[in-house]
Design a protein around this ligand. Structure first.
Ligand SMILES: Nc1ncnc2c1ncn2[C@@H]1O[C@H](COP(=O)(O)OP(=O)(O)OP(=O)(O)O)[C@@H](O)[C@H]1O
Length: 753
């Protein structure tokens, strides 16, 4: 689609153009020599460059359509004076006054460069000042606009002998980087793209697929555009040249080397000054030239190119108008070019526009449009801020730091405290199994002992019934004994079944402890976990043992009571019978001596028999047998050794874990029958009553034999020392004490070994 004059007139309003010769003419003095930063707003700086007449224009004898008044202003289409007008020594033809009235419009810009200006001069006035701004962290843009053949590429790129402002700016940039390399760590990268027929291409990677634009936080990002890191100015120039070679260029009637695309060359600069980072971008844009199809004589592909160029430039004009009017909505999305230039025009950027025009009447419309367009652009204000990233304050910086530190911590944790969840599970499984098996075993052992105890009593009663000749009771007793024996067998077989399972668990626990030992610093931690479970097992065992002993003592007390009642009932009857027999003279000498002996025995029962008076400890001491703790010593954390000869018993208390109460490391319980410590006899004949928990745990009360009276003995000489208290307060030790032979006196000694 070719655009005509009307289209451009719509795009660029002419309010800013003022008649130069009218007495009413006013010169707009816009002081924007430098980027005016008022409230962070910066006006777009606009420069006009007039190129010399080219051969074609000269040969056709075209007239000059503008006069440069001074450094900043020009008059477009000035009134023709009657005096002949000379150009390069030749009298120029005057305009046909009958056809058109001269516009005679004064335009004012930041600077106007005449036909004789050089690229150096343009650079000095336009982009040279951008370099320090870049170093301050401001984004900068320079773009060249103009009709085809107006001199845009000449201004931006120049020739071998007359390098353009892009080269000159880069040279200055590299020079300043070199100068500040002591204090600044600068890294630069470049990208180069073109928009050709609304397709965005990476000029440094021409084989890569077309690039897509996307919005990111209000900014337009060219997705997939590669930024090449630059280490030298040579590398930078070679990339620029390479990109230029890849640019779409085709000859038109107006320009033998016409650029048919909009080219955007960007230099990305990152400056690091001891943690304070500035990031800035210099964009150098060589736009394709607007053209009139009729003027350029384009057809086919060239015509399509021209249409797209005009379309995008029209969109650019609309954006500039909206921006100049301060409108909220700016139609950036109308073309890819305007989307790419969004940042340069209305974003955070110091922008310079160089409008190139031809002085020839042949390009009258184009030059007029360009001037109007440039004039509107002067009103645009961009919002500029320094792209300073204070890394000590940046949220993103801290976020990254936190992420990195978290990663480090998790790595360190893995080294110092590796994931112990597997260990936890293994320890728990083994120790819980141990606990359950131990609990079952103690239960069975308790049942076994109690049943054995009952069996013992029933067997003892057998001879009594036998001698009494009570065959009926004897047969009932025998069947009860048979049942009890069967029950004991049943319990024992269950114990036998449990044993292999306990052994298997024991092996697992052994392996676990061995594995834990090899875990270096972790082993202490894991061992504590095992100890914690072991402590639970010990506690449970102690509770079970106390329950068991209470049951035994209750049963014994019941038994004793029965016997006491029996003796108390029989004694008066026996005395009476014997008196009657003696009265009737039936008592023989033998019977009399037997009766005397029986009476003596009964008297003996009334007296207390001292434990210490017994020389020998009964081998099958009932308490020792019935105690659960010594029946299954290996299952407990308390290991007990017995030394029969020296009558020394030792309880070694396992080294306490941090979770266990503090106890003396080892306590020796020594049977000391020969010591002078006297015991006070209690002559009171007390009625038996069930022992209390206190009685049991204090180890004071002693039940002697099943046929004796319950006799209370106070062990007063054994004053409770601190050590003793410690021992007595410990349930494990109490359990041990209650299981000791009843006829030995024990002295507690502390051993550090
Ligand atoms: N200021 C100048 N001094 C001398 N020669 C110039 C000047 N400006 C442009 N020319 C010459 O005019 C011709 C066209 O210029 P140029 O290619 O830069 O135009 P353009 O605006 O880039 O055109 P297009 O949009 O078609 O690419 C070139 O031969 C160039 O050398």
């Amino acid at each position: 689609m070719a655009l005509g004059k009307r289209d451009f007139n719509t795009a660029f309003k002419s309010e800013n153009a003022i008649s130069s010769t009218s007495s009413k003419s006013i010169k707009l003095k816009i002081n924007n020599q430098n980027h005016q930063k008022d409230n962070d707003k910066s006006k777009v700086k606009v420069f006009i460059r007039v190129r010399p007449f080219n051969e074609r224009e000269q040969s056709c004898g075209c007239s000059k359509i503008l006069n440069i008044v001074d450094k900043t202003s020009l008059v477009f289409d000035p009134k023709v004076s009657n005096e002949p007008f000379f150009y390069q020594g030749t009298v120029q033809k005057g305009r046909d006054m009958t056809k058109k009235v001269n516009k005679d419009m004064l335009f004012e810009f930041d600077q106007v460069f005449g036909e004789d200006s050089t690229n150096d001069e343009v650079y000095e006035a336009t982009t040279k000042n951008m370099v320090p701004s870049l170093f301050d962290g401001y984004n900068c843009s320079v773009f060249a606009y103009g009709a085809t053949g107006a001199g845009k590429t000449f201004t931006m790129l120049g020739t071998q002998t007359k390098p353009g402002i892009t080269y000159l700016t880069i040279v200055e940039l590299m020079r300043q980087i070199e100068a500040s390399k002591e204090s600044l760590n600068v890294s630069i990268g470049v990208s180069y793209l073109e928009v050709y027929n609304e397709v965005v291409k990476d000029l440094l990677h021409p084989s890569s697929p077309q690039l897509q634009l996307r919005e990111e936080g209000g900014r337009v990002v060219v997705s997939g555009l590669k930024v090449e890191k630059i280490h030298s100015s040579e590398q930078l120039f070679s990339l620029l040249e390479e990109g230029n070679r890849n640019r779409s260029q085709h000859p038109t009637d107006s320009n033998a080397e016409s650029s048919r695309s909009h080219a955007v060359f960007q230099v990305h600069v990152r400056m690091d000054n001891k943690g304070q980072v500035k990031i800035a971008k210099l964009s150098m844009i060589d736009l394709a030239g607007s053209e009139r199809g009729s003027a350029t004589g384009c057809k086919g592909t060239r015509f399509k190119e021209g249409s797209n160029i005009n379309k995008s430039l029209l969109a650019l004009g609309n954006c500039i108008n909206s921006l100049a009017d301060g409108l909220k909505h700016v139609p950036y999305r109308d073309s890819k070019l305007t989307r790419i230039l969004k940042d340069s025009l209305g974003g955070n950027c110091l922008t310079v526009m160089i409008a190139n025009i031809s002085p020839s009447s042949l390009s009258f419309e184009d030059s007029y449009n360009t001037l109007k367009y440039a004039s509107r652009a002067k009103c645009i204000k961009t919002k500029v801020t320094k792209n300073v990233v204070n890394e000590t304050r940046s949220v993103a910086y801290y976020k990254k730091q936190v992420e990195e530190l978290q990663e480090k911590i998790s790595k360190l944790e893995k080294n110092v405290l590796p994931d112990t969840s597997n260990w936890d599970q293994r320890i728990r499984e083994i120790m819980e199994q141990k606990k359950a098996l131990h609990r079952d075993m103690l239960k069975l052992r308790s049942q076994e002992k109690l049943t054995e105890w009952r069996l013992e009593h029933k067997t003892a009663a057998q001879s009594l019934y036998d001698s009494a000749g009570d065959s009926q009771s004897l047969s009932r007793l025998n069947s009860c004994i048979t049942q009890l024996k069967a029950r004991v067998e049943g319990i024992r077989s269950r114990i036998d079944e449990l044993k292999p399972r306990q052994e298997a668990n024991h092996e697992l626990a052994k392996k676990l402890l061995a594995d834990i030992k090899n875990q270096g610093p972790l082993s202490i931690w894991l061992q504590e976990k095992v100890d914690f479970h072991q402590q639970q097992i010990n506690n449970e065992e102690q509770a079970q043992c106390i329950d068991h002993m209470n049951t035994i003592l209750r049963l014994q007390a019941k038994q004793e009571e029965k016997h006491t009642v029996a003796i108390e009932t029989v004694m008066p009857v026996l005395n009476e019978c014997f008196s009657l027999l003696r009265g009737h003279g039936y008592v023989t000498n033998d019977l009399d001596s037997k009766y005397e002996e029986a009476m003596k025995r009964l008297d003996g029962i009334k007296n207390v028999t001292w434990c210490d008076d017994d020389d020998e400890v009964p081998k099958n001491n009932q308490y020792l047998r019935l105690s659960l703790s010594i029946l299954n010593p290996s299952s407990s954390s308390l290991a007990m050794e017995e030394d029969g000869k020296s009558s020394q018993s030792r309880v070694a208390i396992k080294k306490p874990s941090p979770l266990q109460p503090s106890l003396p490391k080892r306590l020796n319980l020594r049977s000391d029958s020969g010591s002078a410590a006297p015991l006070i006899k209690s002559k009171t004949f007390v009625k038996s009553k069930p022992p209390t928990q206190e009685n049991v745990t204090s180890g004071v009360n002693r039940v002697k034999t099943p046929f004796n009276k319950v006799t209370k003995i106070k062990r007063t000489p054994l004053k409770t020392s601190t050590l003793e208290n410690t021992l007595l307060n410990n349930k494990s030790a109490v359990r041990f004490i209650t299981s000791l032979p009843k006829n030995r006196r024990f002295v507690f000694t502390n051993s550090t070994s």
